[in-house]
Each structure stands twice: as structure tokens, then as C-alpha cells.
Design a protein around this ligand. Structure first.
Ligand code: PLP
Length: 410
């Protein structure tokens, strides 16, 4: 997208506002599909939690992607967007048996990640095929916030418990039609991922009726120049070879599945905010914007880096700024960042704002969640209105139960 397009959107829809470029989403989808074109059956299930606007789900559906969901509400959003239940997989963690049964009754593929639920579900619904989420105990990166395959993780059933899984399957007569892993959010090292895949292939041999093997996600996208990103093409080539070899030895063409979130939508997103105030202190120049961690929490929560461009003055002389929000907490988006000279009223564009940005937004400080705009075929489409005061009060129940405290008598 051009800066002029973004500026026009901020002008028309106000700030702060999220903007998504559909062309980038399509090109990322095609890139991933192409990397696995030599596998007979591939299924990409978009991880709804990254960005769950209905328009985005419809776009994914039009591309042929399915959906990966983690709550019954995400499943309902998918169905509302027109996605058929066979194209949805439910991969929750720690949800109740009731919720799993509710989703299963909708015709959605269930993925179970603990022995207790597996046993209960299998006993009650032996004819419903289920997928099993295994934990291969592989660290995918050093940050424990995003590495979910390691030994201390709450996700998945340990591969050391395969004998127990098999016991449950035998006792209940249930059918396991898929196995799944999701090791974490960043595949930085293809060999580490392939190592985890070997464990999955080994596990797969224990199940005779598999329709698919789901490798989860973890594709890393660049957040700034020089960032390591997953080399999709090399990864595709290596895993394809190994996967096809597995299918040959398994005696059946099983489907290769992935559940990318960030990879598909991160780079397609821009967050536009207005500079309310430029404040010079003894050591720092602060640019204070009309937003905070209520709208974009990743920099504070994950220490993530989002490139920030002053699109109102892109050719201006560069200076150093700390970009901060208007929330009554420390809400620093960027420290000591080189940005072209900022004047109050300028629009700053945050990059990589497609994944885990709007979907993590809140009403903290009683602020409205921003509008969302989809840029499609060179046209801006409003896909979510900015909230209004009614959104803050809608669910509040006004009570009239307090009498005024009487004045103390002197
Ligand atoms: C979050 C999640 C994903 C998506 O991860 P990304 O890093 O956004 O691609 C996929 N599968 C499961 C089970 C998840 O929890």
C-alpha cells in the first residue's frame, strides 16, 4: 500500500484505525501453497485468533483455506462467515468437555490435547473421529512465552504417554483420524522443526486410520530489516520430501496440514495513530499518540518490535523519538527510535499490525476499540466500525441501591 492510501484512510475513517491489505494476505497464502505443491493433499487452516474479523475469514474461505479455532465463539464466527464445518478444526486448550461436545455437534473436527478429555469424549462418542495434539517436547526458540512444545508446557499430550493414548483408544473403540503438533510461534531453525516432525511421523505409525497430520504453525515473519524469517521455500522442499516418504511407507495419501496465523496476516496490517503531543524532556523526545496498549499490546506484552513510519512526513529529517501512548500506565511502543521529524497532528503507521493486534485490543481506560478497514482492489472497505459510548455501557446493569451518605453532624 502507498502512504497516500493510508493517509486517505486515516482522513476518511479517523484515528486510530487498523488497515489490512488483502493483496498481501493472498500473496502469503499463495507462497505457502506453492512451497508444498508437490504434496498431493495440503490443507491450510488459518488461525482465527490472529485476526478474527468476518471479512478476513471470508477472504480466507475464498482462497480455499480452512480455519483453526480455539473457542466455540471462533467456530461460530467461522460459520457466520460462510465456512463449512468440515473446513474447521477446533484446537482448544483447557476447555470443558461440554464446549468440545458443542463444537463437535456442529460437525467440526475436534482436536484433543489431554488424556482426561480424550477418555471422557471417547467413552461418550466413540463414533466421532478425533485428532490428537501431541507434545514432541521440542523447544522452538528461547522465549518460553512462545515455545509451547517443551517439557513444562501445558499444551498437548506428551509423546511419552502414547501407550496411555493407545490404551484409551482401544478401550473406547474410538477412531483417531489425525495427529497434530504446534511447537511454538517461531520456526527459526528448519532442522529443529524437521526433528520434531520425525517424532510426529513416528507417533503416526501407531494409528492406522489417519486422514491428516497437522504440523501446526510457527512460521516467522520479519518485523524489521535483518530479521531472520522462516525460509518457506527451503522448508517446503525438505518437509515435502520427508512427508511423501512417510505417505509411501504408511500406505496412504494423508493430508498435510498447517495452521498459520501470523504468516498470513501480520505483514498485511497497518495501525494508524495520530500524534497528540510532542514532549521534550531533559533526555528524550516523546511522541504521544491517540492510542496505547488497549489497542496494540504486543510491544509491551511480548517486547515485539513494530516498525513505525511518520507517513505525514516520510522525507523529513530523521530524529530520535520514544513513541508512547495515552494510557495512564507505562505504555511505550518504541524507545529511542529513528523516525522522520514528527509534528503534532502527524499520522504514524505501525507495521506488522495484522496478527495479534486488534484481536488483543481492550477497552482499558474506557477507550473505544478502533475501526478496521480492508484495502481490497484499490478500495477501502470499512469492516468494523469504531466503538461508541454505548459499547462501553451496553452490558452494564445500572443499579439504584445506594443512598447518599449523610453529612457528618458537627
Ligand atoms: C496460535 C496458534 C496457531 C497460529 O500461530 P502463528 O504463530 O500465528 O502462526 C496455530 N495453531 C495453534 C494451535 C495455535 O494455538
Amino acid at each position: 500500500m502507498e502512504n497516500s492510501n493510508l493517509l486517505a484512510i486515516a482522513e476518511e475513517f479517523g484515528s486510530p484505525v487498523y488497515v489490512y491489505d488483502s493483496e498481501k494476505i493472498v500473496s502469503q497464502y499463495n507462497r505457502l501453497t506453492k512451497a508444498f505443491k508437490k504434496v498431493k493433499q495440503v490443507k491450510l487452516n488459518y488461525a482465527v485468533k490472529a485476526l478474527s474479523n468476518l471479512a478476513i475469514l471470508k477472504l480466507m474461505n475464498s482462497l480455499g483455506a480452512g480455519l483453526d479455532t480455539v473457542s466455540v465463539q471462533e467456530v461460530k464466527l467461522g460459520l457466520l462467515a460462510g465456512v463449512s464445518p468440515e473446513n474447521i478444526i477446533f484446537t482448544p486448550n483447557g476447555v470443558s468437555l461440554e464446549e468440545i461436545e458443542q463444537v463437535s455437534a456442529m460437525g467440526v473436527q475436534i482436536n484433543i490435547d489431554n488424556l482426561s478429555i480424550l477418555e471422557q469424549f471417547g467413552a461418550k462418542h466413540p463414533n466421532t473421529p478425533v485428532c490428537i495434539r501431541v507434545n514432541p517436547h521440542v523447544m522452538a526458540g528461547g522465549n518460553s512465552k512462545i515455545s509451547v512444545g517443551h517439557i513444562d508446557s501445558k499444551f498437548g499430550i506428551s509423546i511419552h504417554q502414547i501407550p496411555h493414548i493407545l490404551r484409551i483408544v482401544e478401550n473406547t473403540g474410538m477412531n483417531i483420524n489425525g495427529i497434530h503438533m504446534h511447537t511454538g510461534s517461531d520456526i527459526l531453525d528448519i532442522d529443529v522443526f524437521l526433528y520434531a516432525s520425525e517424532i510426529l511421523f513416528e507417533t503416526a505409525k501407531s494409528f492406522k486410520d489417519l486422514d491428516f497430520i497437522d504440523f501446526g504453525s510457527g512460521f516467522k515473519v520479519p518485523y524489521k530489516t535483518g530479521d531472520i524469517e522462516t525460509n518457506i521455500e527451503e522448508f517446503g522442499e525438505k518437509l515435502t520430501k520427508r512427508f511423501n516418504k512417510f505417505c509411501a511407507s504408511y500406505g496412504k495419501e494423508v493430508t498435510l496440514g498447517f495452521e498459520p496465523g501470523k504468516f498470513l496476516v501480520s505483514e498485511a496490517g497497518y495501525f494508524l495513530a495520530n500524534v497528540n503531543v510532542v514532549k521534550q524532556t531533559t533526555s528524550t523526545v516523546f511522541a504521544g499518540i491517540d492510542s496505547g496498549f488497549n489497542h496494540l499490546i504486543r510491544p509491551m506484552f511480548y517486547n515485539s518490535h513494530h516498525e513505525i513510519e511518520n507517513i505525514s512526513n516520510p522525507k523529513g529529517k530523521e530524529r530520535f523519538y520514544s513513541v508512547v501512548g495515552y494510557i495512564c500506565e507505562t505504555d511505550t511502543f518504541a524507545t529511542n527510535r529513528r523516525i522522520s521529524e514528527i509534528t503534532e497532528g502527524d499520522i504514524l503507521a505501525f507495521k506488522n499490525a495484522g496478527a495479534y493486534c486488534f484481536s488483543m485490543a481492550s477497552n482499558y481506560n474506557s477507550r473505544y476499540r478502533p475501526a478496521e478497514v480492508l484495502w481490497h482492489n484499490n478500495k477501502a472497505h470499512l469492516i468494523r466500525k469504531r466503538e461508541t459510548f454505548e459499547d462501553l455501557t451496553n452490558n452494564q446493569v445500572q443499579v439504584d441501591i445506594f443512598s447518599k451518605v449523610s453529612e457528618p453532624s458537627s
